[in-house]
Design a protein around this ligand. Structure first.
Ligand code: FES
Ligand SMILES: [Fe+2]
Length: 422
């Protein structure tokens, strides 16, 4: 599963959407013409906006100013609906994105679905064991084809019953007798690039060119996704054998970046907002390493071991942020991942997946107590994030400043700027 890793450092991938010019559409809205999947489309057609407005917002943050003198991005990055739409197109398409974990497609006929920006996707393993990913949209009248996750031998559209194989071919189109110039083999599902690295399933939203070679598992993917942090992450045990335990989801009333920022403040908020967690960490040992699109925060374990020997955090904790919206937390016998799904300018859902050292996978008491502790920390973060969102929306605030420990947050904002600049 884990593949040979290459040492090459990838270029920062350019966005798949190419902005060409601003113009008025037939409704009189001013927008941007972009190309995606070989088609031209008008970005944000329902709202009047000017390229210069977006560009002005983007350039209000200057990545060339060092952190010591820099201000944070303006609050409009976290509140403006037009900025949000623009950001979805530019930030989430083009590079590899973590969308699930490999146990979800462990066996033939396993599948799961999801949404990335406005891309609906389905990932599955066919009867020959091959992994596929497709746009989860029926070729007939665009119904979403599969929902949730589980096992299926084929995908039957719930609308009019068109049926697709797990390799994406249309195998039955109901009541199409008499229709001319219609070929089943031209109406299959549109493929997406998919890759597996360690425990993680990755997708890349670009125009796929062929049915074959959709699955990419070589070291180039790891190097493209994680850059030169791969070795450090492997050393930290993020790809070691672990048992999948469970999923927890938190819907939060904040922009997706507020959650990321909170994660990336170098432990700044821990002593004030997570008093319970603090005793399990030795914050004196907190350190941050910045890679191309990954930042890794590390911290030694604290003195907190329960009288009964309960120790969820162990002696070393590693918190890796993979731009733009994925976090990998490895501590003691646990690993949890946090996938931040944007749901609107001021709403996101954070999906937590928990993995545990196989030797403890049947220790129900340990798992229950660990998950309760973890949930307490998440709920503390939910309160912080929702509070920050309300503050960002107030007239009193526009920009803030960084503390030195907030280096990973500054790095995140610089990467965003790189993706967003026109
Ligand atoms: S939309 Fe899927 S069969 Fe009609
Ligand atoms: Fe926190």
């Amino acid at each position: 599963m884990v593949t040979t890793l290459r040492a090459s450092v990838p270029e920062f991938p350019s966005p798949s959407l190419k902005t060409t010019r601003g113009y008025f559409n037939s409704h009189g809205d001013f927008g941007v013409s972009v190309s995606q999947f070989g088609r031209r489309r008008f970005l944000i057609p329902s709202r009047v906006f000017a390229v210069s407005d977006i560009n002005k917002l983007v350039t209000e943050f200057d990545p060339k100013i060092p952190l010591e003198r820099a201000s944070t991005p303006p609050s409009s990055w976290y509140t403006d609906p037009q900025f949000y739409s623009f950001e979805l197109d530019r930030v989430f398409y083009g590079g590899w994105q973590a969308v699930g974990y490999s146990d979800q497609i462990k066996e033939s006929r396993d599948f799961f679905t999801g949404r990335l920006g406005d891309v609906e996707y389905v990932v599955c393993r066919d009867d020959n064991g091959k992994i596929h990913a497709f746009h989860n949209v029926c070729s007939h009248h665009a119904s979403i084809l599969a929902s949730g996750n589980g096992k299926k031998s084929c995908f039957v559209c719930p609308y009019h019953g068109w049926t697709y194989s797990l390799s994406g071919s249309l195998v039955k189109a109901t009541r199409m007798t008499g229709i001319e110039n219609f070929a089943l083999n031209e109406m299959g599902l549109k493929p997406l690039k998919v890759a597996v690295w360690g425990h993680f399933v990755l997708l890349k939203v670009t125009q796929a060119t062929s049915r074959d070679g959709e699955v990419e598992t070589d070291g180039l993917v790891a190097s493209e996704w994680l850059g030169t942090s791969v070795g450090r992450l492997s050393q930290g045990g993020v790809d070691s054998p672990l048992s999948y335990i469970c999923r927890r989801e938190y819907t939060i009333d904040c922009n997706w970046k507020v959650f990321c920022d909170n994660y990336l403040d170098g432990g700044y908020h821990v002593p004030y907002a997570h008093k319970g967690l603090m005793s399990g960490l030795d914050l004196e040992t907190y350190s941050t390493t910045i890679f191309e699109k990954v930042s890794i925060q590390e911290c030694g374990g604290g003195s907190k071991v329960g009288e009964d020997g309960f120790d969820r955090l162990g002696s070393q904790a590693l918190y890796a942020f993979v731009y733009p919206n994925f976090m990998i937390n490895r501590y003691g016998p646990w690993m949890d991942t946090n996938l931040v799904r944007p749901l609107g300018p001021r709403k996101c859902k954070v999906v937590f997946d928990y993995f545990l050292d196989p030797s403890l996978k049947d220790d129900e008491a340990f798992i229950k107590r660990s998950l309760e502790e973890s949930d307490r920390v998440q709920m503390e973060d939910v309160v912080l994030c929702e509070s920050v969102q309300r503050g960002l929306e107030s007239q009193a605030y526009d920009k803030g400043r960084y503390a030195l420990v907030e280096k990973p947050m500054h790095h995140f904002h610089c990467l965003l700027h790189h993706n967003l600049k026109l």
